[in-house]
Design a protein around this ligand. Structure first.
Ligand code: NAD
Ligand code: TYD
Length: 352
């Protein structure tokens, strides 16, 4: 691959996207990185405050569903690569408003694929469309020895995972039908800095900090496989540069936790950091009505990416979680700006 790439990263103002943008902007000064984001409730340009003035970084406010706009930016900037992360990403929201997930995750992805295919069709060499997906497309595991492999059949159970599964199928169909050079990855649950506080880990940290109830769905028996977000961004970097066209790579931490055990661990770390008596924060745990159709267990077998591309997670969970708690405690303003809604003024105040 040539060293002066122009890469479009979608959803770069979100949680994982901001880590990917930061990594590419800082690690590849010869690349031009374009971050396209609609700035939905989940998009927060404060996530990228530290690199927003870098000479190789450009922010583009736009919607991946807007074909005309996507064509226009492809013509203007002549992208060689796309790393596609923009999505509606919260399962609970997909239960109350599935159409938004069909719109962005399915229509938006196909819009991008179509423009990339038409724009690159005369010469696919040195081009790459990287689609970032999730382990949730594989469904829910019930046998405790089973893990998701790249060859596991899709069996999505929530409107979110169904929309991601549909987008994955379109990505592979564009490869098979038109020869579009694609790679895909399916990653487990991420955690770390800049995680929007509607998801389990940042919500729990925020609620403990503010002495508010910690809602645990059902009995807290559901299992998730957690990966530090910077390890995911590194995996995306490795796959983007060294993955094989048409291939899928599972990414995971080999790190399964029952929700209730994870919440207990977080409570203990927070007690320690906040100088509270041990056991104090656990009193905030409140069991609430279960999520409809709640997937029981996800577990990724990430052997392929390790053997073929040499990637593996760098952090032990306890260490990563402590780092994450430290970050949230040191970045109160970031959290408060979300709670107050001020983060949504950042674009107007800094970019217009
Ligand atoms: P996020 O919700 O934090 O961020 C999504 C970003 O996409 C936001 O900045 C939002 O403004 C932007 N966006 C939404 N709709 C858009 C549109 N129509 N046009 C342009 N931008 C739009 O999501 P995340 O947790 O960072 O997830 C990023 C990607 O990684 C998603 O594709 C998700 O499916 C996948 N993924 C997430 C996890 C996880 O644990 N969070 C795990 C595996 C895979
Ligand atoms: P979440 O962070 O929403 O990620 P996902 O649903 O994509 O795995 O939820 C992680 C787990 O935590 C999931 O089993 C649902 C559960 N959960 C709670 O128990 N309470 C909460 O308030 C939230 C948001 C999630």
């Amino acid at each position: 691959m040539d060293t002066k790439k122009k890469i479009l990263i979608t959803g770069g103002a979100g949680f994982i996207g901001s880590h990917v943008v930061r990594r590419f902007v800082s690690s590849y000064p010869n690349y031009q990185i374009f971050n396209l984001d609609k700035l939905t409730y989940a998009g927060n340009l404060e996530n990228l405050r530290d690199i927003e003035n870098a000479p190789n970084y450009t922010f583009l406010k736009g919607d991946i569903c807007d074909a005309e706009y996507i064509q226009e930016i492809f013509s203007t900037y002549q992208f060689d690569g796309v790393i596609h992360l923009a999505a509606e990403s919260h399962v609970d929201r997909s239960i109350t408003n599935p159409m938004a997930f069909v719109e962005t995750n399915v229509i938006g992805t196909v819009t991008l694929l179509n423009v990339a295919k038409n724009f690159w069709k005369d010469d696919f060499s040195n081009k790459r469309f990287y689609h970032v997906s999730t382990d949730e497309v594989y469904g829910s595991l019930h046998d405790e020895n089973e893990m998701f492999l790249e060859t596991t059949s899709y069996d999505p159970k929530s409107p979110y995972s169904a929309s991601k599964a549909a987008s994955d199928h379109f990505v592979r169909a564009y490869h098979n039908t038109y020869g579009l050079p694609i790679v895909l990855s399916n990653c487990s649950n991420n955690y770390g800095s800049y995680h929007f506080p509607e998801k389990l880990i940042p919500l729990t940290i925020n609620n403990i900090k503010n002495n508010k109830p910690i809602p645990v769905y059902g009995k807290g028996e559901n299992v998730r496989d957690w990966l530090f977000v910077e390890d995911h961004a590194r995996a995306i970097d490795v796959i983007f540069h060294s993955g094989t066209d048409g291939e899928t790579y599972n990414i995971g931490g080999f790190n399964e936790w029952k929700n209730i055990d994870l919440v207990h661990l977080l409570c203990d770390i927070m007690d320690d950091k906040l100088g509270r008596k041990k056991g104090e924060s656990r009193k905030l745990i409140t069991f609430v009505k279960d999520r409809a159709g709640h997937d029981l267990r996800y577990a990724i077998d990430a052997t392929k990416i390790k053997t073929e591309l040499g990637w593996e997670p760098s952090l032990q969970f306890e260490e990563g979680l402590e780092k994450t708690v430290d970050w949230y405690l040191a970045n109160e303003k970031w959290l408060n700006d979300i709670t107050s809604g001020d983060y949504q003024n950042y674009y107007k105040e800094h970019y217009q």
